[in-house]
Design a protein around this ligand. Structure first.
Ligand code: PSV
Ligand code: MN
Ligand code: MN
Length: 424
């Protein structure tokens, strides 16, 4: 199904006067908001192809129905999201879940929705059909060079496919690690992984980046070979200038200070991008901003400060992506909520009074520092984010429109009730 312009307009029409009233109030508070709106309009968040179906746990999976059955339908779903919010203009593919049959047609379809191809994701954490060697005991870290070679070649194949699609980066997330003490020689595992990554790095085109994603635990529960930002940074530094660390918010040990990690990675010019999600305990799949919105804001606060200090382009110089897919919400509504939360945190970070904060920091005025940050965090910037959406042709209230048009029922009619999107 496709969303028509008139459907968005007739949704927006009756809400316009209330919207402009709220916006005017904000303008009174903040002064000129044009620059803020421009930045919000430019900011795009990539959607992973595996977030479009209901996720699952190892205990069960409950499909929402109408899930995309192939790459084309996944692209169409992201097209729908982008039409609604105008901020989801990119898709991140996972190989082999999303192998394009007809690359040209896939590119055209994506372009017709205004989507570009974000980072490509390789998969050496599952055994695929017809695969010669198993990844049960790791891939790039494996003791057996033949297993490592197979995993390296897979990554190089993913780069090749990405080149055809116009992507510019590869994200490597490894499940490699160990479940029990003594299972692994940590240094050997690291060294093998480094050697394998070097071969993948050598296959990167000049204008590509490789993102090394870390994760503290799961599926291995004793050690993960790229377990934290220190290990990821070691790899990235040893590999060279095209290698960066990727921060997935859900991949830390509880209470980790992610904003500090972000700040230091930026300082080292090694922050490559983000996977947004949220968690209460050890999850990496809850809706961004649903549990710890203040943390999300604090992360953006460091991002904006660090990027501005370095003259970086907010929209272009880092990879922004959602990585969440869970069990109980409609996946498309969930993604709309995640994008909104990310945009809000970004907007709040943009209005932090940086000069005043710097002065308060120099004067050790701790109370003032907190006031400044929380003033920004507690300002309701939803009208600003909505205005950015409105100006780009999106809906003032995307979730409401998704519901009133009964998009899920239409997708179920088109695709059936018992569909199962490929993914985690
Ligand atoms: C597994 O934790 C994971 O969610 C990682 O975050 C990757 O980015 C993703 O799967 C896809 O490979
Ligand atoms: Mn991730
Ligand atoms: Mn994850």
């Amino acid at each position: 199904m496709q969303l028509e312009k008139y459907q968005i307009q007739s949704h927006n029409e009756p809400q316009l006067s209330a919207h402009y009233r709220k916006l005017a109030y904000l303008e009174e508070e903040l002064g000129d908001t044009e620059q803020l709106i421009e930045k919000l309009t430019a900011f795009q968040i990539a959607i992973p192809s595996w977030a479009l179906g209901t996720g699952g746990t190892r205990f069960g999976r409950f499909s929402a129905g109408g899930e995309p059955r192939n790459l084309e339908e996944k692209i169409n779903d992201i097209g729908l999201l982008h039409a609604l919010n105008r901020s989801s203009g990119a898709i991140s593919l996972h190989i082999p879940w999303d192998i394009p049959q007809d690359t040209l047609a896939v590119k055209e379809l994506a372009a017709s929705h205004g989507l570009r191809f974000d980072a490509m994701n390789s998969n050496t954490f599952q055994d695929q059909q017809n695969q010669e060697f198993s990844y049960k005991f790791g891939s790039l870290q494996h003791e057996d060079p033949k297993v490592r070679k197979q995993a390296v070649e897979h990554n190089i194949e993913v780069i090749r496919q990405g080149i055809e699609l116009g992507s510019k980066s590869l994200t490597v997330w490894l499940a490699d690690g160990s479940c029990f003490p003594g299972q692994l020689n940590f240094r050997k595992a690291f060294q093998h992984t480094l050697d394998s990554l070097k071969e993948i790095y050598a296959a990167l085109p000049d204008d590509w980046k490789i993102f090394i994603e870390y994760k503290a635990f799961e599926p291995n529960f004793y050690s993960t070979t790229v377990g934290d930002w220190g290990q990821s940074l070691l790899f990235a530094n040893k590999l060279g200038p095209k290698a960066y660390t990727l921060v997935d918010l859900g991949h830390h040990l509880p209470n980790a200070n992610i904003e500090q990690i972000v700040s230091l990675l930026l300082m080292e010019e090694k922050l490559g991008g983000f996977h947004f999600n949220d968690s209460k305990y050890g999850d990496d799949d809850l809706t961004a901003g649903s549990i710890k919105p203040y943390q999300l804001f604090l992360i953006f606060n460091e991002l904006v400060e660090g990027m501005d200090t370095r003259g970086m382009d907010h929209a272009e110089d880092l990879g922004w992506m959602i990585d969440a897919s869970h069990n109980v919400k409609d996946p498309l509504e969930d993604l709309l909520q995640s994008v909104e939360a990310i945009m809000l945190a970004y907007a709040q970070a943009l209005i932090v009074d940086r000069a005043a904060l710097q002065t308060a920091q120099i004067e050790n005025d701790v109370v003032r520092c907190q006031e400044i940050l929380q003033n920004a965090f507690r300002t309701d910037l939803r009208p600003l984010v909505a205005e950015a959406r409105l100006r780009s042709g999106g809906a003032l209230a995307p979730v409401e429109l998704f519901r009133s048009l009964q998009i899920r029922s239409q997708l179920i009619q088109e695709r059936g009730l018992f569909t199962m999107a490929t993914g985690l």
